[in-house]
Design a protein around this ligand. Structure first.
Ligand SMILES: NC(=O)c1ccc[n+]([C@@H]2O[C@H](COP(=O)([O-])OP(=O)(O)OC[C@H]3O[C@@H](n4cnc5c(N)ncnc54)[C@H](O)[C@@H]3O)[C@@H](O)[C@H]2O)c1
Length: 667
């Protein structure tokens, strides 16, 4: 298809003539079949809801087809309307547009649906099993047409993938306002999602899927590298030959061996699924595979003695690995777990004593016995970790509900005061060292889709970080130097999949200075096209998530979501090109609220004004809340921000004397 034909297809929107039916492509990864949760009456409603995208004369043809999709897959995806052209992040000029900002949004959402990137592309799912960009293909086609025809005097309103339409606005307004899965709070259980999504009225957008900000696996590699580096720092000691043990080579967990290698340690990650191991090995994310424990440990000892930074996959159950380490008294430096314990009963956690195949069969044939096996396995799992921790290993929970599910299984994971024995990676590392100081996952995408531009942005970002390091206070110099090392090595680590994108963690000052330097380079022609700025939800301000991003908030406010909502409202009137607000993200529907943004900068003075105004708010909003929660690092960071910006006036907390409060309460 020529570029002109592609442009014509976009401008057509939903075709007026019925396109030929599509065959179900078994080569492509498809979303799991969703359970049929709708009553007969609700099924009629789902069908009528789907048909409202099409003129009446097509209904007799489409109705039986859509009903068949609903019965077979639990959803109406409208497969017939999936376009024939290749969807990917083309260069910005290859999209038809009247508003360049809207073209940047087309580029970003196309990247999320690229077949090489999306997890289940035909069902418009980008990642996480259910992180949707749109609910069906009609929504995609309509949205692309609106984006291609809109001007900078209009704003597109998107409700969970459905384009409500274009509304008159003004150039300073966001071009798109997105909400995903926003429901009345009492109706936010997983089954509500099943029902609303099957009706075609709501969707779970994860976060970067539904806000068009997904950049492939590079984000998770970077976050994991930072975590492992800081975990190693906590234990101190010699710099090489340290051993990290964990589990999981899946979607996010698969980043662990690559990250451990970048952090210069030896790692063993256990994985029960052979396919997952082979995939990560073929991608170069894990170096060597073993299924024999004595042979593995012989090779590991060799690697430690030679100070190699090598990563090993153990093909087997993590509990077998932990117990072997206890039995053979091998010293482990740091440990964690990344099985999918947020989903323990349907394949997230494989119990010890069963092969992968046996466990898959058991969970369907005898769910009660499977439940028992998982809980027994968790008790053994925690026992072995406790023994190694008693021998000096630093263990942290990786936000995967390991401690929560282990405690439910009766494992020995609580201390005398009723708290978990171990902290999470947010409590010990990311929250205190990163989020409270304003450091978060700043990312950018080069709209030329040209790797030369990406190399130039890497170079500019490194220069900015080097400059900041020269005068940085000690509190944040390690964060800056870790990210400088990351960006200097980013190109060699070959992490780009899809759009020409990059990520690093920076604070407000860093994000603004890097963005401003990009803007100058675009103006001077050193970068050939606009750049899109954004971030994910693993951040300071955008996300209220009591078991993850805000788990180091201890003033009782971790179950509130004012911060995330304020974040997106504030971004929307400070210059964002698009904004988004989501129910869920990472931890699941009903478990968090997060706000996001995208901002296109094009080298203009207007872009400079917007980036300064919006990025300042996008970070400091969260630092303020964290400082009000009495987090020391955040109090330090917000005082520093007030010194640089006289218009910032923040309410600071007074500390209450613990002893005095204790006396009053116990009297
Ligand atoms: N990486 C991060 O930054 C991060 C942050 C927060 C939460 N998490 C959590 O980490 C978990 C993993 O995420 P994912 O995307 O990789 O999930 P995933 O389901 O794709 O991968 C988990 C892997 O663990 C393997 N596994 C399960 N039980 C096992 C066992 N007993 N022994 C060995 N292997 C076993 C599975 O086969 C699977 O491949 C999730 O709960 C996620 O929410 C990760």
């Amino acid at each position: 298809m020529t570029n002109n034909e592609f442009k014509a297809a976009i401008l057509q929107g939903i075709p007026t003539e019925l396109p030929p039916a599509k065959t179900y492509d078994v080569e492509v990864s498809h979303a799991p079949i969703r359970k049929m949760i709708l009553s007969k009456e609700e099924q009629k409603l789902a069908l009528k809801n789907a048909l409202r995208y099409f003129p009446e004369h097509l209904h007799k043809r489409l109705a039986p087809e859509f009903f068949d999709e609903l019965k077979r897959y639990g959803r109406i995806y409208m497969y017939r309307y999936r376009p024939d052209y290749k969807i990917f992040a083309r260069a910005i000029e290859d999209f038809p547009y009247k508003s360049k900002q809207a073209a940047a949004i087309m580029l970003m959402l196309s990247n999320n649906l690229d077949y090489a990137i999306a997890q289940h592309p035909h069902e418009l799912i980008t990642y996480g099993g259910n992180g949707a960009v749109f609910q069906n293909w009609a929504q995609y086609l309509l949205t692309m047409k609106y984006l291609a025809t809109m001007t900078d005097e209009q704003t597109l309103s998107l409700y969970s993938g459905h384009p409500m339409g274009l509304f008159p606005s003004h150039p300073d307004a966001p071009r798109v306002v997105i909400t995903n899965g926003m429901v009345i709070p009492n109706y936010s259980k997983p089954d509500h999602w099943e029902k609303f999504n099957a009706l075609g009225v709501s969707q779970y957008g994860q976060m970067t899927a539904g806000s068009f900000m997904y950049i492939g696996p590079q984000g998770i590699v970077h976050g994991t590298t930072i975590t492992v580096m800081n975990a190693l720092r906590r234990i101190g000691g010699k710099k090489e030959g340290r051993l990290f043990i964990s589990s999981g080579l899946g979607g996010m967990s698969g980043a662990q061996p690559k990250a451990a290698k970048i952090a210069n340690c030896v790692s063993i990650v256990a994985e029960v699924n052979e396919k997952a191991i082979i995939k990560r090995h073929s991608q170069g994310w894990v170096d060597e595979i073993f299924s024999d424990l004595p042979a593995l440990m012989k090779r590991v000892e060799e690697a430690r003695n030679n100070c190699e930074s090598t990563s090993f996959a153990f093909q087997g159950n993590i509990v077998d690995l932990w117990e072997y380490l206890v039995k053979t008294k091998i010293k482990v430096d740091i440990g964690s777990d990344q099985t999918s314990l947020h989903n323990p009963w349907s394949g997230g956690y494989y119990p010890v004593g069963y092969t992968f195949e046996e466990a898959n069969k058991l969970m369907i044939d005898d769910p009660d016995k499977f439940h028992e096996a998982v809980q027994k396995s968790l008790r053994r799992h925690a026992d072995a970790i406790n023994k190694l921790a008693a021998n000096g290993m630093y263990f942290f929970d990786y936000g995967n509900a390991f401690l929560l599910e282990s405690s439910r299984a009766g494992a020995d994971v609580m201390d005398n005061s009723g708290k978990f024995r171990y902290n999470s990676y947010i409590q010990d590392i990311m929250g205190t060292l990163y989020f409270d100081y304003g450091f978060g996952p700043f990312r950018w995408v080069c709209c030329s889709n040209n790797e030369k531009d990406l190399a130039e942005t890497d170079h500019i970002a490194a220069q900015v970080l080097e400059g900041l390091l020269k005068t940085a206070p000690s509190e944040i110099s390690e964060q800056l130097s870790d990210n400088l090392k990351w960006i200097q090595e980013a190109d060699n680590n070959k992490l780009v999949v899809g759009s020409q994108a990059r990520i690093l963690y920076a604070d407000a000052e860093g994000r603004i200075k890097i963005a401003s330097a990009f803007n100058k380079a675009i103006k001077e022609g050193r970068i050939s096209a606009p750049v899109v700025l954004g971030r994910d939800h693993h951040d300071v301000s955008g996300t209220d998530s009591p078991f993850r991003e805000t788990s180091n908030i201890y003033d009782g406010s971790s179950f509130t979501a004012d911060m995330a909502v304020h974040n997106v409202i504030g971004d929307s009137f400070r210059g964002a090109t698009w904004v988004s607000l989501h129910n869920g993200g990472g931890v699941g529907w009903g478990e968090s609220i997060n706000g996001g943004f995208g901002m296109m900068i094009d080298g203009s003075a207007d872009s400079e004004r917007r980036l300064r105004s919006m990025l300042f708010w996008d970070v400091n909003n969260g630092i303020t809340r964290r400082s009000w929660a009495r987090n020391e690092s955040a109090i330090y960071a917000i005082k520093r921000a007030m010194e640089t910006e006289p218009k910032l006036k923040v309410t600071l907390p007074f500390g209450a004397d613990d002893g005095m409060v204790e006396t009053i309460i116990s009297e």
